[in-house]
Design a protein around this ligand. Sequence first.
Ligand SMILES: NC(=O)C1=CN([C@@H]2O[C@H](COP(=O)(O)OP(=O)(O)OC[C@H]3O[C@@H](n4cnc5c(N)ncnc54)[C@H](OP(=O)(O)O)[C@@H]3O)[C@@H](O)[C@H]2O)C=CC1
Ligand SMILES: CC(C)CCC[C@@H](C)[C@H]1CC=C2C3=C(CC[C@@]21C)[C@@]1(C)CC[C@H](O)C[C@@H]1CC3
Length: 482
Amino acid sequence: MGRGRVRLKTPGQTGSLSALSVLAGAAAAGPDPWHGRARLLGNGAGCVSLTDYCERPLSSGAETMAPPQGPRAPLEFGGPMGAAALMLLLPATVFHLLLAARSGPARLLGPPASLPGLGALWNPRALLLWLAWLGLQTALYLLPARKVAKGLELKDKSRLRYPINGFQALVLTALLVGLGMSAGLPLGALPEMLLPLAFVATLTAFIFSLFLYLKAQVAPVSALAPGGNSGNPIYDFFLGRELNPRICSFDFKYFCELRPGLIGWVLINLALLVKEAELRGSPSLAMWLVNGFQLLYVGDALWHEEAVLTTMDITHDGFGFMLAFGDIAWVPFTYSLQAQFLLHHPQPLGLPMAAIICLINAIGYYIFRGANSQKNTFRKNPSDPRVAGLETISTATGRQLLVSGWWGMVRHPNYLGDLIMALAWSLPCGVSHLLPYFYLLYFTALLVHREARDERQCLQKYGLAWQEYCRRVPYRIMPYIY
Ligand SMILES: NC(=O)C1=CN([C@@H]2O[C@H](COP(=O)(O)OP(=O)(O)OC[C@H]3O[C@@H](n4cnc5c(N)ncnc54)[C@H](OP(=O)(O)O)[C@@H]3O)[C@@H](O)[C@H]2O)C=CC1
Ligand SMILES: CC(C)CCC[C@@H](C)[C@H]1CC=C2C3=C(CC[C@@]21C)[C@@]1(C)CC[C@H](O)C[C@@H]1CC3
C-alpha cells in the first residue's frame, strides 16, 4: 500500500517545522508556521489525508523526511524576519525570567521591576567559569565510553558513531563538585552569577552558531540538513545548515544536546538549594522536591542517552542558533526557573501536599519511562518477550507500529508523562504566582507542536499504515481531550 503515488499540496519543507515555531507563531510575520499542522486535521482521527499531502512515491523511511529546499520553498518561522525576531525574543525571554524570578512581584507577564545595566550582565569571572564548565564537559565527553553507539543511516549511507558516557559525565561532575565543596568551593555564590552566566552563554551561542554557519560553507552537500539551506544567511544561521557538524569524532550537536545544558541545569538547581540552606538554615521541602524531580529527569535522559540518537533533533534538524541556544542557554537558565523562584519566594509545603506532588511526579515518570522504554525495546527487537505480545500494524517499510500497550492509549504517551511531570515540578511553588508555571506552558506548546511535526514525518514514512494507526488510536497526547 505504501508504494502508491500520492500528491503533495504544498511544496517545500513539509517535514521540518521545528521546536521554535511554537514561539515564532507569536513573533513572526509571514507564512503561518502552524500551517502544516492545520493540514494534519484532515480526518476524524486528526490525521492528514494522504492524497491531500504528498506527491512522491512512499518509500523506505530513511530517505523520506528531506524534501529538497528549493529557493522558492516556503520558509518556517516567518522566514528571515521571523528568525531575526526570534533571535532577539528568545534571549530576552531568558533574561526576563531570570529578573522576574528574583523580583518581588515575580510577574511572568509585564515588565520586570528593574532593568540591569551592562555592569550586571558582564562579569569576567562568569566568562572564566563558563569556559571552565564547557572545558570540563568536553573533557568528560572525550573520556573512554562504556559503549559506542551507531546513529541512523545518513544520506551517504554511512552511520556516525557516538560515545555513550553521559551518565558517567554526570556522576564524575557530581564527584568533582562534591570534592570542590568539601575543599571550600562556594557553590552558594553561583545564584548571584546567573545573570552574567546567562549573558556569556547567550554570547557563546551566537559566536558558536556563526562558526557552525561558516563551517557548513565547506561541508559536502550530503552533510547538509533538509531545512536551513535556503540561501538566506539570517534564516540559515538560525535554523542550522549542517546536520551533524563534527571535528574529527567530536559531534557538536550530540554534545550540546545532553551535556553542558542538562548537567548545568541540575548544577544550578543544587547551587540554589545550597544558597537557600545558607540563607534559611536548611533547604525547604519545596526546594528538595524540585531538585529531586529534575535530577531524576536529567539522570534518566543521560542513562538512556542512546535514545536521543533517534530524535528528530539529531536525525533531521540542522545545528544552528535555534538548537545551540536552546541547548546551552535556554535549558539551564529557564528550566531551573522553579528553583530560582523558590530561593526568592519561599513557599510553605506540608507533608500531605508534598506526598500528592510526589505521586503526580511518579505517575508522570511511570508513563514517560514506560512508553519510551516500550518503544525502544520494540524498535531494537520486536520479538523481545516484554513487547512480543503487543498488537501491531505492519507498514510498507517493513517496520511495525505498536497499536496496544502505551502506544495504543494515545499516539504520544511519552509526551503525556512528560507533561504530568512538568506539572509536578511547578506545584511545589504554590499557586500564588504564574511564573513557576512558565515551563509547563512553554512545554505544552513545544510538545503540541513537536507532535504535529512528528505526525507529518510519520505520515510521509508510513503512509496509509499511519492513517490506520490514527484511526485506531484517535487521541494524540491526552485521552479523550486531545
Ligand atoms: N524536556 C524537553 O524539553 C523535551 C523533552 N522531550 C522528550 O524526549 C522524548 C523523545 O521525544 P521525541 O524525539 O519528540 O519523539 P518520540 O520518542 O515520541 O518518537 C517519535 C517516533 O516514535 C516512533 N513511533 C511513533 N508511534 C509509534 C508506534 N505506535 N509504534 C512504534 N513506534 C512509533 C516514530 O519513529 P520510528 O517509527 O521511525 O521509530 C516516531 O517518529 C520524549 O519523551 C519527549 O517527551 C522532547 C523534547 C523536549
Ligand atoms: C529555544 C527553544 C524555545 C527550544 C529549544 C528546544 C530544546 C531546548 C529542546 C529540543 C529537544 C530537546 C530534548 C531534550 C532537552 C530539550 C531539547 C534540547 C531532552 C534531552 C530532555 C530529556 C529527555 O529525556 C530527552 C530529550 C530529547 C529532546
